[in-house]
Design a protein around this ligand. Structure first.
Ligand SMILES: *Cc1c(COP(=O)(O)O)cnc(C)c1O
Length: 426
């Protein structure tokens, strides 16, 4: 439109006024008007949670490198301390980059709120420390992230919290282990590295029937493939280091749930200071925008690679919940929209060295811990995460010497398959 036709109201000063005045800070962190609960998942990933009116009209959330935040006048501070204005105060309690990512992940996970931490483990430690007291008990399904078990068994115990472990998927054993001291039931789904899928309906129902809170570490599932809160699970945890960040370039963790349940978690985070730098959150926000595309591709590639491995003469067994022979395939098929990019398999008649030779012969995947990023990664659990365990412990955890875990990135599936084929034949 030629400028001569601009209505008077579009003077420069009005534009400035429109962008800055009458915007209460509460609104800044609410859903931008273009996104609603009805928006598609990709739209949510790209737009949810970001303040609609950003400084200078920047498209990404600007990186707010600030340790502290000012108030114009005492009345503004009073509004804040009375809870009438949600905004930043001091950097240990959070920053605008964290808030935008938290709101985005809460929208993706369909929960009221999300609290972001400096790592997945910081989120796990944060939720347990804010919820449990001496004398309390928690019950775990036993296939679980090694460091989660480590924290509960070796550290929570020092504060008088008892951890009980029951076999993964044994719902009767879990219910039978509940006492009047039990506060929380905990599981991963799918588990690592066996990719066992937990029946969330049953799991949540046991919690509800016994008035015990439930927590699912859904890192391997991702919010694209599964939303545990829809089944009544109270806390949904992610290592954002994995699929949410997705680029093997940041460490973060997040816990999702209701406002009420997460209030003490956020409160303790403000004391312990397990927060993220604004720069780290800029990377996570950027990763989340392509989350849907990446994980869709990883679901597809994961399935193709698993099907290929299943028929390979040198492969003994494949663990992938998308394959009908997986013990929890039926639950997975009912409960998950995709099965992810992580595949575990064993090499036929191979000792640890012959298995290591397969890992070494693969050219595309890098040998590294972690999963979920755009670059494929490969590892032999015996030598990566379980090296310091005794053979008896490895037997107990189900980690044979000939096991390989591969995290598919977003490379071409055909290239990954050809590479694994030559590695297995070498
Ligand atoms: C990686 C991982 C964690 C720990 O997350 P960090 O970000 O590394 O602290 C917890 N649970 C699962 C299932 C994981 O894969």
């Amino acid at each position: 439109m030629p400028s001569s036709q601009l209505p008077d109201s579009y003077s420069d000063s009005d534009l400035v006024a429109e962008n800055t005045s009458d915007v209460d800070s509460n609104q800044e962190f609410s859903q931008p008007p273009r996104v609603s609960d009805q928006s598609g998942f990709s739209t949510q990933c790209v737009h949810s949670g970001e303040p609609h009116l950003k400084d200078s009209g920047a498209i990404p959330t600007p990186v707010y490198h600030a340790a502290t935040y000012s108030f114009d006048k005492t009345d503004d501070l009073l509004r804040f301390v009375h809870g009438e204005d949600i905004r930043e105060e001091y950097g240990r309690y959070g920053n605008p980059n964290e808030r935008s990512v938290e709101a985005k992940i809460a929208a993706m996970e369909k929960t009221e709120q999300a609290v972001i931490f400096s790592s997945g483990m910081a989120a796990i430690v944060g939720v347990f420390m804010s919820k449990l007291s001496a004398g309390d008990e928690i019950i775990f399904f036993d296939q679980c992230y090694r460091r989660s078990r480590d924290f509960c068994v070796n550290h929570l115990s020092r504060f008088g919290v008892v951890t009980r472990q029951v076999p993964t998927g044994d719902y009767e054993a879990m219910e039978a282990a509940i006492t009047d001291k039990t506060r929380m039931l905990v599981s991963e789904s799918p588990t690592n590295p066996h990719l066992t899928v937990v029946d969330l309906e049953k799991f949540a129902a046991i919690g509800k029937a016994n008035e015990v809170e439930t927590l699912i570490d859904a890192t391997l599932a991702t919010p694209l493939n599964m939303n545990p809160a829809e089944y009544g699970v109270d806390y949904v945890l992610h290592s954002a280091t994995k699929y949410l960040g997705g680029h093997n370039d940041l460490i973060a963790g997040v816990i999702c749930g209701s406002n009420e349940l997460l209030e003490p978690v956020r409160d303790l985070r403000g004391i312990s200071g397990n927060i993220n730098s604004p720069q780290n959150m800029y990377l996570l926000e950027r990763g989340l925008k392509t989350f849907h595309l990446r994980v869709q591709r990883q679901n597809e590639t994961g399935m193709k690679v698993a099907q290929f491995l299943e028929t390979h003469p040198r492969v003994e067994h494949v663990y992938y919940p998308g394959l009908p022979n997986h013990p929890t395939h039926e639950i997975a098929a009912e409960q998950m929209r995709g099965f992810g990019g992580l595949i575990t398999f064993t090499v036929k008649d191979a000792d640890w060295r012959q298995t290591a030779n397969v890992v070494d012969a693969a050219r595309i995947p890098r040998i590294a811990p972690s999963l979920g990023g755009v670059e494929s990664l490969i590892e032999q659990p015996l030598i990566m995460s379980y090296y310091k365990c005794t053979p008896e412990e490895r037997l107990q955890y189900g980690i044979p010497d000939n096991m390989i875990r591969m995290s598919c990135g977003i490379e071409d599936a055909d290239d990954l398959i050809a590479d694994l084929d030559q590695a297995l034949r070498s």
